[in-house]
Design a binder for this molecule. Structure first.
Ligand code: GDP
Length: 725
């Protein structure tokens, strides 16, 4: 088998890099079990009942390294062999980041939709993500047995339900697919890009397969009714039907990279490495993207990713492009089944795992050659960490281990935020919501084996301004230096460009960046004056020819960065602000214009301006999608409305009601339990980050005070005079 995989990974036309994606509970895990069982990795008797993801025991018993995240299999079709690399994409509602990263490694996806529930909010999310990454979909409609047994549908009704699901999926594909493939990528019953079946029953079928095998709808209904799915499974085995579809309809890396690279890599397309990636050329300069960091008890940190160009070799020196540092690969491995097997060299177009690469995080670009290349497009997280818990090791002797575990998790999940305080022993972990944190803490306790105590979750706010103010003069403590400051709201288009990464954070002094800022929406006079971008805020130096200013401009920038790191009201981060330095007077003697003079002068002027302009507290919001049977609709909407939530849309889908709403994260604590008891456990719900919005005016003072007290600041709200000496 090893030889076979080693051979196939050089045959680019015979490789398929794929993943399965689904709304939670639609059968993704069962399906993956089944595909792997079919390829001979676990016994087919066990498939459907045993989760292949439970590798711990096997790993111990067999003393080998098994990695649940990736599996490679060999599949035969029409006397040709294909290498199928299947990546596990996590199904948890709050782990959007993982799903997006996994998508970067694959070229095709099996979208699993439950026949009974139909298209659900997360189906939409995963299709949208797949389209963004230029990943081609095929559709598997699962749990068909339940249509027969529970819903007792006849062939006609079954077909109309299929059509409904297919139409919806196609609508989403059309909506989000890239122009050039929009019509091509729509799934179609007749050509076989749609399969349906039962993952627990081990069978799957498509219309072309029905025609070829002579199996009819009545046969299927009969098999499901009479519990004779086994026979159906022998005539139409799930892994054969689905993997045939994968091989036929999902692109090989050669085809896929031509389409995908121009969208996911914005470096010079004419360059050698750019060409190497478009051509999936194993002889070009090596370029790959890390999609996941795993921690392996034998090998330490393992970077899993997709190689797009060149070949990666054992012991090779490579660049970690995001931080412009070199590192050396110890081992390069591919997957044989779920096991990692070291190889001397791995060519473009494959999924691989590297050990020894220090300091890489998930999402990072690695390359060979003389210098670091432009990194791949940042993998966009729709979400931000907005809820924090403080963690402490339950047993003090676990403290070093907890720090280690938190450092690893920060690399595994770039969308979380970890702040380690070795002094107090109290560490902060921030995630997207209460549920997300619960899952992370569960992982620390069970997977990583560290018992931790946690604080109540805390919401993270932002500060901004409601208008413009200034010029206000800030004077240094020694009164020898003065800085005149104006603050304004930052143009939304500029803020979005910074958030998207189109405008980089950092210093702009001396850079010819004006056209970029002008394009983003700053007026010409201002675009030329940008000196720093920090945390979604911009600093402009509007002065001209001020003596000694060049000597202290670094300190002015530092003061601006400190100010936006923690605003005047509650020391929460500031966003969407433009700070302009209008005028300055600086002492000639360097002794009198040091950091202790300049920084407080500038910072207090910024704070005074902000309070004058009207400080605004922003709170994180989430979209909440709830699916409930009709009779519980009232209880479910009430649960949202009592939490300062707004219901935005209510749709009826068969006997189910779909409620789309938006609510503040601060009010959603305990929502899980509350909605469960309000709906007798019948509600299914998911959330999505919806950005920061102003706290209602009548609540703002109370919220600010709460944050201040928690941070050990005076409860009294600050005023302009606090910052003017
Ligand atoms: P995931 O959350 O998408 O990974 O879903 P799972 O694979 O864990 O499946 C969710 C539940 O649906 C489990 O209880 C499965 O046994 C069940 N399930 C999966 N596929 C089928 C199917 O084809 N028919 C039936 N009746 N149940 C299924």
């Amino acid at each position: 088998m090893m030889n076979k995989i080693g051979e196939l990974m050089r045959q680019r036309e015979q490789i398929r890099n794929i993943g399965t994606v689904a709304h939670i509970d639609h059968g993704k895990t069962t399906l993956s079990d089944n595909l792997i069982a079919g390829a001979g990795m676990i016994s087919s008797e066990l498939a459907g009942s045993q989760l292949w993801l439970d590798f711990d025991e096997q790993e111990q018993a067999r003393g080998i390294t098994i990695d649940a995240a990736n599996v490679s299999m060999v599949h035969d079709l029409e006397e040709k062999e294909y290498l199928i690399n299947l990546i596990d994409t996590p199904g948890h509602v709050d782990f959007g980041g993982d799903v997006t990263r996994a998508m970067r490694a694959i070229d095709g996806a099996i979208v699993v939709v439950c026949a009974v529930e139909g298209v659900m909010p997360q189906t939409e999310t995963v299709i949208r993500q797949a389209m963004k990454e230029r990943v081609k979909p095929i559709l598997f409609i699962n749990k068909v047995d339940r249509m027969v047994k529970e819903l007792k549908l006849d062939p006609q009704e079954m077909q109309s339900r299929f059509i409904k699901i297919i139409t919806k999926v196609n609508k989403l594909i059309s909506q989000f697919a890239p122009e050039e493939v929009r019509s091509d990528w729509r799934v179609n019953v007749n050509d076989g890009t749609v399969c349906f079946g039962s993952a627990t029953g081990n069978w799957a079928i498509s219309v072309p397969y029905m025609e070829r095998s002579g199996i009819s709808f009545s046969d299927i209904i009969e098999a499901c009714q009479n519990d004779s799915q086994k026979e159906l499974a022998s005539k139409a085995p799930l892994h054969v039907v689905l993997l045939n579809t994968v091989v036929r309809f999902l692109p090989n890396p050669l085809t896929a990279q031509k389409l995908r690279i121009p969208h996911i890599w914005k470096g010079d397309a004419e360059s050698k490495v750019g060409q190497g990636m478009v051509d999936c050329d194993a002889d070009a300069t090596m370029a790959m993207v890390v999609t996941r960091i795993l921690v392996d008890r034998h090998a330490g940190e393992v970077a899993v990713g997709r190689i797009f160009s060149g070949s990666v070799k054992q012991g090779q020196e490579i660049w970690i492009c995001g931080i412009n540092q070199k590192s050396r690969i110890q081992q390069a491995a591919v997957y044989m089944g779920p096991e990692r097997v070291n190889m001397p060299s791995i060519p473009a177009g494959n999924i691989l795992a590297l050990t020894g690469v220090k300091d890489a995080i998930a999402g990072e670009t690695l390359c060979g050659g003389e210098k670091a290349i432009t990194p791949f497009e940042a993998i966009k997280h729709h979400s931000e960490p907005v809820v924090t818990v403080a963690l402490e090791a339950h047993n003090t002797q676990d403290l070093p281990k907890l720090i280690e575990v938190l450092r690893q998790m920060a690399k595994e999940y770039p969308e979380i935020l970890v702040e380690i305080s070795e002094e107090t022993g109290e560490h902060l972990l921030s995630g997207q919501g209460e549920l997300h944190l619960e899952v992370l803490i569960h992982r620390i306790r069970t997977d990583k084996g560290v018992d931790v105590d946690t604080s109540e979750p805390i919401v993270i706010y932002r500060e901004t301004i409601g208008g413009k103010a200034g010029p206000i003069e800030g004077r240094s403590p020694n009164k020898h230096n003065r800085f005149e400051i104006v603050v304004e709201q930052l143009e939304d288009s500029v803020y979005q460009a910074i958030k998207n990464g189109d405008l980089a954070q950092g210093r702009y002094r001396g850079r010819t960046s004006a056209p970029d800022f002008q394009e983003a929406g700053l007026v010409k006079e201002e675009a030329r004056k940008v000196v720093d971008v920090c945390g979604g805020n911009v600093l402009l130096d509007m002065t001209r020819g001020i003596t000694y200013l060049p000597e202290v401009i670094e300190l002015v920038i530092q003061a601006f960065e400190e100010a936006v790191e923690g605003g005047p009201m509650s020391r929460e981060k500031v966003i969407r602000m433009k700070v302009k330095l209008m005028d300055a007077k600086i002492h000639e003697d360097p002794v009198h214009r040091g950091p202790a003079q300049v920084i407080p002068a500038v910072r207090s002027a910024i704070f005074a301006c902000m309070l004058t302009a009207g400080s605004v507290m922003l709170e994180p919001k989430q979209l909440v999608f709830i699916n409930v049977p009709q009779e519980f609709m009232g209880q479910a909407t009430k649960e949202i409305q009592t939490r300062r939530g707004q219901v935005r849309d209510i749709r009826q889908e068969d006997s189910q009601i779909m409620i789309e709403s938006k609510a503040p994260v601060a009010e959603l604590f305990g929502f899980s339990g509350a909605i469960r008891s309000a709906t007798e456990g019948r509600a299914l719900w998911t959330t999505e980050f919806a950005g920061f919005e102003p706290v209602p005016k009548d609540l703002q003072d109370e919220v600010v005070r709460g944050v201040r007290v928690r941070k050990g600041l005076k409860p009294k709200l600050p005023t302009v005079s606090d910052f003017l000496s």
